[in-house]
Design a protein around this ligand. Sequence first.
Ligand code: 5GP
Ligand code: MG
Length: 178
Amino acid sequence: MERITLHDKTFRTYIPYAEIDKAISKVAQQINRDLMNEDRPVFLGILNGSFMFTSDLMKKIDLNCMVTFVKLASYSGTESTGDVKEVLGLCADITGRTVVVVEDIVDSGTTIVKLVEDLKKKNPKQIKICTLLLKPDAYKQEIPLDYVCIRIPNDFVVGYGLDYNNLGRQYKDLYVID
Ligand code: 5GP
Ligand code: MG
């Protein structure tokens, strides 16, 4: 088991890349099947956390589609602040299109609720949610999560795009606080 130190905290290997890759393949297959008849769906990655996931997911999507990003921020340290800021807005026109939101992790669901509210104002045909990780014990929202790669307990994880105060995003595996 590998340990990494970020700021004042130590993390240990939690989910190795091979397992992440397998889970993404499964979800990609479902998306390919479900959206086969949609006209150029828009995959919307949520920066910064989902940059690595979006990249790996998209390599497995064989639909004629668009990929774009928005930047949101709600976390400070290891705690959700509940206050979601849109740091970089949506440029693509999603009117009448199927949108697949690509998230790194859904925790309380505050981010997803705010995002879906904003996206609905732009009149998409439908909004699907795809997340690499879900903390089912923390998620108390109504919005259905259409594609979940991996379910985890309420632990704080880093790596594979996820950070602890801006560090640790570049690691290929997922790590959990030790
Ligand atoms: P929510 O709004 O669902 O409470 O939180 C969603 C956002 O909080 C995620 O997109 C992610 O940026 C951050 N987040 C939630 N849980 C974790 C975690 O365990 N580790 C890291 N690094 N970020 C998390
Ligand atoms: Mg995120």
